[in-house]
Unconditional design. Structure first.
Length: 190
């Protein structure tokens, strides 16, 4: 965890001072999505979750490199899903490293990997074991508008690998914590 935070702050520091047009700022917004499917191995059935609204807050740095830019972010995310057995919550730190292109005027498109560190998981009414892997990797892509110091973007995120958490003391039921979500964010350059 300390290594992830140190690497994030080093990247943000480097990109903050890489170009005179570069900068850093804060961001936050809402996410709508869910984690993966619920697997009940005792009854041999699976269930896809209902998506719910969550939120995110964080910091970013941006390095303009001519027509392209690099934008690392460090984001706290709370993701919610609903299953027939109860609500499932994932809290995580995301470190997306996005590469973008300024398309026309304030419009830009971007994509990149998202490194994820799961802080906590909670299933309403059940004791949940630790997630199998606290570190995972996903991808994000989207579009944004830069309106001076204010920015708005819409992006899609998907986790790449199965990453399950088990519950019921006999470890026979699992929920895949891999995210799939739409994210809308406002950012403010400082």
């Amino acid at each position: 965890m300390k290594k992830l935070c140190t690497a994030a702050f080093v990247l943000i520091g480097i990109f903050s001072f890489a170009q005179t047009d570069s900068g850093f700022g804060i961001k936050g917004g809402l996410n709508y999505g869910s984690s993966g499917e619920f697997k009940d191995e005792i009854n041999s059935n699976t269930e896809d979750p209902d998506s719910k609204i969550g939120f995110h807050l964080g910091v970013f740095a941006k390095a303009d490199l001519g027509p392209i830019y690099v934008r690392p972010e460090l984001i706290y995310t709370k993701l919610n899903s609903e299953y027939s057995i109860g609500d499932f919550e994932v809290q995580k730190l995301d470190l997306p490293i996005l590469v973008g292109v300024n398309v026309i005027g304030p419009l830009n498109v971007f994509a990149g990997p998202s490194l994820q560190y799961i802080l906590d998981t909670d299933l309403e009414g059940f004791d949940v074991d630790d997630v199998k892997d606290q570190f995972s990797v996903g991808a994000q892509f989207g579009v944004g508008l830069d309106l001076g110091r204010l920015g708005i973007d819409l992006r899609y995120e998907r986790g790449f690998k199965d990453n399950e958490v088990t519950f019921f003391d006999i470890n026979r039921s699992r929920i895949d914590t891999r995210p799939e979500q739409l994210i809308i964010a406002l950012s403010l350059s400082l």
